[in-house]
Structure formats: structure tokens, C-alpha cells
Design a protein around this ligand. Structure first.
Ligand code: ZN
Length: 75
């Protein structure tokens, strides 16, 4: 089956229509993966930003010793 000129025009039109949607979905998925990864790090007592293991630090530590990320903002 060969594509005719009209088919190619339709394919190009739909590709142009779908490109922004695909880009939006990609950004959405990447953002979601980042949130999930940060949440998992938080549960594993790792720095959400750099993944540094926070076990063994003195209680009341506010900043990540590796990257300076603010761990606890207080109340
Ligand atoms: Zn860190």
C-alpha cells in the first residue's frame, strides 16, 4: 500500500497536531517520575535533592550536609 499525496498531507497534519500533546505528556511523565523519586528518597531517609543518606546525623539537623538542601523547615 502506497501513500498518496492526500494521505501524506493528512499524516503531516496529524503529526503537527499531536506533537504539542506528546510534548506535554512527556513533561507530565518526567515531572511525575521526579516527584515519585523524591518521595521514595524521603521515605528512605535520603536527601530528596541529592540522595545523600541522612541516617546517623544528629537530631535537629536542618540542612543536608552534602548539598545544603533544607530538610526541615520547622513549624
Ligand atoms: Zn542533599
Amino acid at each position: 500500500m502506497w501513500l498518496t499525496g492526500d494521505d501524506i498531507e493528512y499524516a503531516f497534519f496529524y503529526a503537527c497536531m499531536l506533537a504539542p500533546v506528546a510534548a506535554f505528556v512527556a513533561v507530565l511523565i518526567i515531572s511525575l517520575m521526579r516527584v515519585v523519586r523524591q518521595d521514595r528518597r524521603h521515605q528512605q531517609t535520603q536527601c530528596p535533592d541529592c540522595g545523600y543518606r541522612l541516617q546517623g546525623l544528629p537530631p535537629g539537623t536542618i540542612h543536608c550536609p552534602e548539598c545544603g538542601y533544607v530538610l526541615w523547615r520547622g513549624r
